[in-house]
Every structure is written in C-alpha cells, then in structure tokens.
Design a protein around this ligand. Sequence first.
Ligand code: NAP
Length: 338
Amino acid sequence: MEDLRIGVVGAAGFIGRDHVKRLTSVINHAKVTAVSDINFEKTKAVADTCGAKVFTDGEELINSPDVDAVVITSWDPTHAQFVRAAICAGKPVFCEKPLASTIEDCESVLAEEEKSGKRLVQLGFMRRYDPGYLEMKKIIDSGVLGKPLLVHCKSRTPVTPPKHTTRMHATNVVVHEVDVLRWLLNDEFTKAQVLFPRPTCFAPEGLQDPQLMLMTTKDGVVVDVEVAVNSHFGYEIQCEVVCEKGTVSLPQPSRAEVRLDEECSHAILNDWSKRFIEAYNDEFQSWVDHCLAGKKPVGASSWDGYVACAVGETLAKAQDSKLLEPITLPARPDFYEA
Ligand code: NAP
C-alpha cells in the first residue's frame, strides 16, 4: 500500500512538532512530505527531522501536488482559512480543535464542505479515542447504570498556556469536555452558566482562573466542569458520570505507588501531551486508514466542531453576563448524519 502524503500547517508549534513525530515514527502508511509555519527557521528544523519540503505559505502547501491530505496545527484563528482551502483543493483535512474561533467561520466551513458534496474534515477531539472514555461509553450505552443524571469534570493544567485569555477557558479549553460529553451521553447542551471563584495567586494579572462551568442537556443531565490553567501541582483530567443505579469514572493513568517515611504517594503528569498519547495515535491511524481507503472520517466532524464552538461562545457570553444563557443550535444537516 502507498503511504498517505501529508502536509502539516503550523508544524513548528508544540502539538505540530508532536504530530509530525507521531506521523513519521508511529503511524503506519503515513509520510509527512510538506511542512509550513510562520516561524521559518523552526519549520526548517522540523522538516530536517522527516525530509519534508518547507512552504512559507500554508495555502501553497495545501495545493501542492506532493500533498494528499492536510493536518492543521496552527493557531486557533487560522484554522478555518486552512480548512476551507483544503476542502476547495478536494483534500481530506485533519484540524486540531477548535474548528474556528467564531461561529461565522465555523458556518463558512460547513457551507464549503456541504458544497463540495464530500465529508473531508475531521476535528482533533482525540478523547473519543481514549481507552478510558471508550470504556465509560460502553458502560453508559449498555444501560446497566440506568440513566445519566449528573456529570462532574475537572480540567486542570499546571501553568497558563501562552496567549491564553479568560475567554479561552470557554472557547479553547472546555470544548474538549463539550465534545466528549455530547458523544458520551448522546445528548446536546441547552443552557450554560459560568461562576468565577476568587482567582488563584498563580494566575497572571487579569486572568480569571479557575472557572466553574455549569451546563444542562436536552435530556436534563446537569454538568459541572472545573477549568483551571494554573493548577500548579500538575495536569489532570477527571470525569465522573452519576447515573440512577451507580457511577462511572474516567480511570487515571496508572503510576507506581511509593510508600516512604510514613507516607504513600504517586506521581502526577505535568502536561497534556503525555496524558493522551494512545488517543492521539489511534485517532491518527484511523484518519490515515480512512483517507487511504477513500472513506469519510469517523472521528469528530466539522458539525461537531461547530457545536463545540457554539457552546463555547455561549459559555463566553455567560462569563460576561454572569447569567444562565440558552444554547441555541440549528438541526443537524442530513449531510452530517453518522
Ligand atoms: P503553538 O505552540 O502556539 O503552535 C501554533 C503554531 O502555529 C506556532 O508555531 C505559530 O507561530 C503557528 N502559526 C500561527 N499563525 C500561523 C499561520 N498563519 N500559518 C502557519 N502557522 C501559524 O500552539 P499549540 O499548543 O501547538 O496549539 C496549536 C493548536 O493545536 C491550537 O489550535 C490548539 O487549540 C490545538 N491543540 C490541541 C490539543 C489537543 O489536545 N487536541 C492540544 C494542544 C493544542 P507563532 O508561535 O509565531 O504564533
């Protein structure tokens, strides 16, 4: 079988470098043939690791005859432009979340993809591939626990990511919970509210951190998500679904337990890139296999990206209004039926 020739836009960033390495050394039948980023020297260094051609312009890379499929890992506000360019070129595109920074940009992607008549976009909501979440879904779907009633989530990052703002808790961070919970519960969010506790002393001046996000679903499930980007002690993702007959919780990564000096302890991860390695690998292998087979992708679609953005925007509105805000979504177009 021929390799899928992949072009990566935003290849010099944190996750871009990680994905280039993954596509080059872990994923079967994938070859990174082109890379681009606004940081030329750093892009050249990435290209040297995989023998790819360097492009200074992302759209030029997308239209290159050496590229069969595109991966986008650049900064959020650039995503929609590059996704649209890939659709126009008729090439499958894997875009890191979020799909776009605005609803209008998401809508423009949906319109372009529908116009093309082919599902070409997969969103990087990798938690759908995480073995722990998959196990939770299997148990919830089996019905053995009864109906879900409540969900408690925690998203904790030790240090504020670069360029992070108060609004991005809603538009960039919690969108992972929004997507994975829609998928886990087979449900949609209808209302959202945000509470601001006293900010931590570790938050940069003006950043509201942590935040408590409250959401209700169509079926009446109430969800709370603690979003913290200065947890200080480490990186941690937690999720507990409380159902009528019992509960199910996301397993934590296993760590050796140490007993020493009358204390028992185990290490905690310190960044996201180590938490979801298996999920990223499985997500990319599935995407590459589907691209090579000419099949539509099975991960999160641009419709899922649109919904996550709409919920994120409502949460951002609720940050300002301090009120319970309704989430209004149009009906899912037939084009995006599973
Ligand atoms: P990052 O380190 O800032 O990387 C983004 C890269 O894109 C930077 O090198 C940036 O250059 C470059 N860039 C900005 N504008 C560009 C343009 N017009 N053309 C080409 N390159 C451009 O950020 P990151 O942490 O890797 O995150 C990148 C994306 O991945 C974000 O959208 C983020 O939400 C997503 N992400 C997803 C996950 C996940 O778990 N699925 C995890 C982390 C990140 P400058 O630095 O000069 O701006």
